[in-house]
Ligand binder design. Structure first.
Ligand code: FAS
Ligand code: PHB
Length: 389
């Protein structure tokens, strides 16, 4: 089999890249190791930057997002019970869209299926070859049969644990990592959200987040230690802990119910450099990871593939390699700023085992500065709604 661009991974990165390229007449094949249902069963991000909304519109998959998504003008930060709202529209004239990653993935999958483009689900033992030359290939096993896919380019969109970054020759990659000493225990519940907008809460017992997926489905998180097991958290224990970490009014108004999903996600900051190796490009979580505190993971993935799609279309249309030569530097410049924001939000909102009384005062001072300074609030708004491409 042959194609122009072989895409490894059918998460949001791979599917969005495939959509953008197919719309521009560049043929792709996506190889995904899991089943379609498995990919759709993952509960992950919830907030889309305005730039991501525009990119999904450009990809022709924005209709349901605009019909069902919730446009949010701001968020609230709650610090030891003191709540403060940051109005993005007032501060910088931008908004965010609350629309779950699962729904984005579903919309992209449906568009791809309708287009007839080839996606191989449950592709096993994917391996990448000869991407340091101009005739790269990908091998995989499907239903026990070995296959080889010849291509011009390989896009590694297979996430943090994927095969693409692992295929880069030893010594060709630098990585930067910060692993946080806690995780997020998240639940999904079919109850109306406690507030119209998201509430990020800092408390001495730990961080909490009140989010949502729709007017009838809510998403909540509490910070937990890395030793915690999800089995040790009954719904009752979760609701009780969440109430202790938010302000009194929020605790009072919380509409609790049986969880329909419950899981613990670890938090890390991670960047690989560079993101191009001959005919192989890394994008999305294969290239970088952010702690979800800044709601950047999915949005960075979208930016990466927006830039990569533009570069590949330019290569085929104009036989120019300027875009693909500049891909890594251009994407990394924005990635590092999003890494900084995500690390900063995580640093001020979570409790750290080694934070002393001075460190806790610094966290409080960060919050007070945000509340008291329009310049600081505008900076928060600019980063949260998405820095320019
Ligand atoms: P993904 O990991 O989503 O997709 C990669 C795909 O590649 C997967 O389908 C995988 O099965 C496939 N794959 C892997 N190895 C393969 C192989 N060898 N061969 C073929 N296919 C292979 N971001 C937020 O903004 N907010 C959040 O709250 C949030 N919560 C998260 C919770 C968890 C548990 C995780 C892991 C991430 C979370 N993120 C969150 C970040 C998340 O949304 C990612 O940024 C987003 O999924 C990135 O999309 P992809 O780059 O497509 O990677
Ligand atoms: C979510 O709704 O899952 C969500 C929202 C904002 C975040 C992280 C997760 O920063």
């Amino acid at each position: 089999m042959r194609t122009k661009v072989a895409i490894i991974g059918a998460g949001p990165s791979g599917l969005l890249l495939g959509r953008l390229l197919e719309n521009a007449g560049v043929e792709t094949v996506i190889l995904e190791r899991r089943s379609q249902d498995y990919v759709l069963s993952r509960i992950r991000a919830g907030v889309l930057e305005q730039g991501t909304v525009e990119l999904l519109d450009k990809a022709g998959v924005g209709e349901r997002m605009h019909a069902e998504g919730l446009v949010h003008d701001g968020v609230e930060l709650c610090f030891d019970g003191d709540r403060h709202r940051f109005d993005f529209r007032e501060l910088i004239g931008r908004t965010v869209m609350v629309y779950g990653q699962t729904e984005v993935t579903r919309d992209l999958m449906q568009a791809r299926d309708a287009s007839g483009a080839t996606t191989v689900y449950e592709a096993e033992n994917v391996s990448l070859h000869d991407f340091d030359g101009d005739r790269p290939k990908v091998r995989y096993i499907k239903d026990g049969m070995e296959h080889e896919l010849a291509c011009d380019f390989i896009a590694g969109c297979d996430g943090y644990h994927g095969v693409s970054r692992a295929s880069v020759p030893e010594g060709s990659l630098r990585t930067f990592e910060r692993v946080y000493p806690f995780g997020w225990l998240g639940i999904l519940v079919d109850r109306p959200p406690v507030s119209d907008e998201l509430i990020y809460a800092h408390h001495e017992r730990g961080f909490a987040l009140c989010s949502m997926r729709s007017p009838t489905r809510s998403r909540y998180y509490v910070q937990v230690s890395l030793e915690e097991k999800v089995e040790a958290w009954s719904d009752h224990r979760f609701w009780d802990e969440l109430r202790r970490r938010v302000d009194g009014e929020t605790a009072e108004s919380l509409m609790t119910g049986p969880s329909i999903e419950k899981s613990i996600a670890p938090l890390r900051s991670f960047v690989a450099e560079p993101l191009r190796f001959g005919r192989l490009f890394l994008a999305g979580d294969a290239a970088h990871i952010v702690p979800p505190t800044g709601a950047k993971g999915l949005n960075l993935a979208a930016t990466d593939v927006g830039v990569l799609a533009e570069a590949l279309v330019e290569f085929y249309a104009e036989r120019s390699s300027a875009g693909i030569d500049f891909y890594s530097a251009r994407v990394l410049s924005r990635v590092w700023k999003a890494e900084r924001f995500s690390w900063w939000m995580t640093s001020i909102l979570h409790t750290f085992p080694d934070t002393d009384s001075f460190g806790r005062r610094m966290q409080r001072a960060e919050f007070d500065y945000l509340v008291g300074s329009e310049a600081a609030a505008r900076s928060l708004a600019e980063n949260y709604t998405g820095l320019p491409y």
